[in-house]
Design a protein around this ligand. Structure first.
Ligand SMILES: Nc1ncnc2c1ncn2[C@@H]1O[C@H](COP(=O)(O)OP(=O)(O)OP(=O)(O)O)[C@@H](O)[C@H]1O
Length: 285
């Protein structure tokens, strides 16, 4: 493609010319966040290396979504520092974090009813769409070309996520498992470097879980994206995550290799309660 015909599609903005080269994609240090008298996060530290699938797990109410909200600028932390690819993004506004190459999906589906699958996916390109007066002036030359380039990215992701057959369906008419796949597609069309998935397998049956796990692995391997995942299905976590951090009441209680971390007694106790954990230990020994 010649420069003259190359569509003007912005890649994710580099964070800073002065950001140090690092193989750490995300680093959070000493993150504190309270809601009134409730300390939802109590000095959380974690580090995600580039190219990892990193899992954040923990019982309900342990602080996982709050942590993601701090990382993405939705909740400013009361203390601590968040770095993305070596640059400080603590307290950066969410839309600026998105422009730094971060995309996320939400725990509860956030698709637009009444719109087709294709249009919902296309919305994921908004982070790369910044109309300028000059572009409008030369609309037919530039804006149309840019629109085509956005469509090309969307078509590629529709293929990648195998959504061709349902592309024109209203999004509310397709099953829940497919809606989750559309959400993942919408996050991927933003061409993120760091993708956060909040319970991507909630409400899925075994077959749907295996399907979406495959797409997550392929996204990491083929699209050069680091993945941060919150997930309650431990079979999936052990199957696809390279590393996990386990939260309980806002504190890290285990970390490391998934199978080892989630078998720790304090983790079993956090999930099952003291008595069941003792029974589990009895059966395990
Ligand atoms: N906006 C808020 N206002 C008040 N309390 C909040 C708010 N957001 C979260 N909390 C509280 O902070 C704690 C951590 O909640 P959070 O949603 O981060 O947990 P979680 O691990 O994501 O839970 P789940 O697995 O159920 O989604 C909970 O006690 C929750 O009630």
């Amino acid at each position: 493609m010649t420069p003259a015909s190359a569509p003007h599609v912005r890649p994710a903005a580099p964070l800073s010319r002065h950001a140090p080269a690092t193989d750490i994609a995300l680093s959070c240090h000493g993150i504190e966040r309270s809601f009134g008298g409730l300390r939802a996060l109590k000095g959380v530290d974690l580090e995600v290396r580039q190219g990892q699938i990193f899992g954040l797990v923990g019982p309900n109410g342990s602080g996982k979504t709050t942590m993601v909200n701090v990382m993405t600028g939705f909740y400013p932390p009361n203390a601590g520092r968040v770095e993305l690819f070596g640059a400080d993004i603590t307290r950066m506004a969410p839309h600026k974090v998105a422009r730094c190459g971060v995309a996320r999906t939400f725990q509860n589906l956030a698709l637009f009813k009444g719109m087709s699958v294709l249009d919902n996916v296309l919305l994921g390109r908004h982070v790369h769409m910044r109309p300028s007066a000059l572009a409008s002036l030369f609309y037919w030359v530039w804006a149309e070309r840019e629109e085509l380039a956005h469509r090309r990215v969307v078509e590629e992701i529709i293929d990648f996520m195998q959504l061709q057959d349902i592309r024109d369906e209203p999004v509310e008419a397709i099953p829940m498992g497919l809606q989750k796949r559309v959400e993942l597609a919408r996050a991927l069309v933003a061409q993120p470097r760091f993708l956060i998935l909040d319970e991507p397998m909630a409400g899925m049956n075994q077959e749907e879980k295996e399907y979406i796990a495959r797409f997550i692995l392929d996204a990491r391997d083929e699209r050069d994206v680091t993945i941060f995942i919150i997930e309650h299905h431990m079979d999936v976590v052990t199957a696809i995550c390279d590393e996990v951090v386990v939260l309980c009441y806002g504190e890290v209680i285990a970390r490391g290799d998934p199978a080892t971390a989630i078998a720790q007694p304090q983790v079993v106790k956090a999930y099952l309660g003291e008595r069941a954990a003792a029974r589990h230990a009895g059966t395990a020994s």
